[in-house]
Design a binder for this molecule. Structure first.
Ligand code: HEC
Ligand code: HEC
Ligand SMILES: [Cu+2]
Length: 484
């Protein structure tokens, strides 16, 4: 007589090990959990959760019935003696086979109908009768999110702001690999695919702060690629939009913020924009971002630039590292000193010249780091009325300070290459760059229409600066001619 051999692992310890694990995993489903798809706050997430519950109960009934039948049959027809007589065989029983084909077909049909209706509605029907539709372009980057509001000409990174109860129509794009856009409590999830735009919409039903997460494995920092969604009362949302068009106040002379501003211009502004508040800055940022990306593509290993989060009014943000940590002086200092202490794998640390050190931490003293952090935290809508340009652009037309603010992140005043060529002696070579063009007009054209002539061995990533105005450009040319 055969005996069931003993299990090769001890059952009881396994149970004590696995039970707490299962409970811990299930805890993630509590409706209060920020990333749980239960406890929804928008119609799309709600429909999806309802559909899930509906399918869950069908599956639960099927599970119980099948398990019950298995247990019943195993006991009822178990081997009772040493007799080798086979039980009655049912192979080829038409009635049984038709029955167990039809039942699953009916079950699958019951699941397919509401599923297909939901998919169709959610993809194709941005509701037109629930207030004005807000258009947003969401772009996935390794490893952060960019949000563009084309109609309002606003760009933000990692923190999306939307009005409560109004439909938001998304165009989803990716600049590099496949990412996926997911706001568990409000809507989701749809892939962000390079060169193939996807569309989705959502409505936030309740004012509040919600978590977003990239839901498609996209490289080393995938799990750290998050974002926040702030759902505002309409009035608050309009105030936020207005703030995004209001320049910050200039830092007080001699303050840490002022020192931070200059350090930022010299070390960080080749990748990050901080002044997208003035009219025209939206289009400029879109093309600057593309140029940074082209610069990276043209030299993936050594490029000094790469598309990066827009830091306009960064002081109003509540998170850092794409939704990873709360934003404050301390976390910001940690990030600037050594981004991987907060998030591994950032392109910032890999490409920014300021991290070109043996241990990959910033070439900045603790007080310089602190000044930059203070400056970034001070970036908030100021008292300048919307529409007026920031004082950092042009103004007193001092060539050197214009250079520090606008050019120093890509150009050294010596021979070193940062992103562009070092500008020592540029006036001497300027006269012989383009046949028939003298030094002054070459320098002027380099600044206003930078694509007209591209220096050999460099990527065409320098943005145009005609928005600075004639006086500032003349001052810059005068300053460049002093460099030797
Ligand atoms: C080579 C381009 C590059 C340079 C130069 C650069 N950064 Fe970044 N920065 C990035 C990229 C890319 C990210 C996104 C990193 C991520 O989340 O994966 C980023 C992210 C950030 C963030 C976080 C934004 C957010 O919402 O999470 C801050 C703050 C920041 N950078 C500050 C700085 C400062 C300060 C400097 C200068 C000391 C600097 N950066 C220089 C590319 C750059
Ligand atoms: C995003 C980086 C970046 C910024 C910011 C930038 N440049 Fe450039 N610049 C470059 C690159 C790259 C080149 C070389 C390729 C080319 O000619 O376009 C260049 C070329 C030049 C040249 C031609 C140099 C030569 O040897 O012929 C001049 C002059 C110049 N830049 C001046 C400026 C001035 C002035 C500013 C600020 C108002 C500025 N650049 C801002 C990247 C930048
Ligand atoms: Cu991703």
């Amino acid at each position: 007589m055969h005996r069931v051999s003993k299990l090769s692992f001890p059952l009881r310890p396994a149970f004590f090990l696995l039970a707490p694990l299962a409970i811990a995993l299930l805890a993630a489903c509590t409706p209060d959990n920020k990333q749980s798809t239960f406890g929804t706050a928008g119609p799309i997430a709600k429909d999806q959760a309802d559909l899930f519950i509906f399918i869950f109960w069908i599956a639960a009934v099927v599970f119980v019935m099948v398990e019950a039948a298995i247990i019943y049959i195993a006991i009822r027809y178990r081997r009772r003696s040493d007799s080798d007589k086979l039980p009655h065989q049912t192979h080829g029983n038409d009635r049984l086979e038709i029955t167990w084909t039809i039942i699953p077909v009916l079950i699958l049909a019951a699941i397919a109908v509401p599923t297909l209706i939901s998919i169709w509605e959610q993809q194709n029907h941005v509701p037109q009768d629930q207030g004005e539709v807000l258009n947003v372009e969401a772009i996935g980057h390794q490893w952060w999110f960019e949000f563009r509001y084309p109609d309002q000409e606003v760009i933000v990174s990692n923190e999306l702001h939307i009005p409560v109860g109004r439909p938001v129509a998304f165009k989803l794009e990716s600049q590099d690999v496949i990412h996926s856009f997911w706001v568990p409590k409000i809507a989701g999830k749809v892939d962000m695919v390079p060169l193939n735009d996807n569309y989705m919409w959502m409505i936030g039903d309740e004012v509040g702060e919600y978590y977003g997460q990239c839901a498609e494995f996209c490289g080393i920092a995938h799990a750290h690629m998050r974002f926040r969604v702030f759902v505002h009362e309409e009035e608050e949302f309009q105030a936020w939009l207005k703030g995004m068009h209001t320049a910050p106040d200039a830092p007080a002379a001699g303050s840490p913020e002022e020192s931070g501003k200059n350090l930022f211009a010299a070390n960080c502004s080749s990748c990050h924009t901080v002044d997208s508040t003035a009219p025209g800055s939206y289009a400029r940022e879109v093309s600057a971002q593309q140029a940074r990306w082209n610069g990276w593509i043209s030299d993936i290993e050594n490029s000094g630039i790469v598309s990066a989060p827009n830091l306009t009014h960064f002081g109003t943000h509540s998170t850092i590292g794409a939704g990873l940590k709360d934003l404050n002086q301390k976390t910001l200092e940690e990030w600037i000193t050594d981004p991987s202490s907060i998030k591994i794998g950032t392109r910032m640390q890999k490409h920014a010249a300021v991290y070109d050190t043996p241990d990959k931490t910033a070439k900045l003293s603790p007080s310089e780091v602190s000044d930059i952090a203070a400056y970034l935290l001070s970036l908030k809508p100021g008292s300048t009325p919307a529409g007026e340009t920031a004082s950092s652009v042009g103004g007193d037309a001092d060539g050197e300070s214009l250079f520090v603010t606008n050019c120093a992140s890509c150009h050294s005043t010596g021979d070193d290459t940062i992103v562009g060529p070092g500008l020592a002696g540029v006036a001497d070579r300027a006269g012989s760059r383009v046949a028939g063009q003298d030094s002054d007009s070459y320098l002027k054209e380099s600044i206003t229409n930078s694509g007209a002539f591209v220096v050999d061995g460099f990527a065409p990533v320098m943005p145009g600066f005609s928005h600075l105005g004639t006086d500032s450009i003349d001052a810059l040319v005068t300053y460049l001619k002093t460099l030797d």
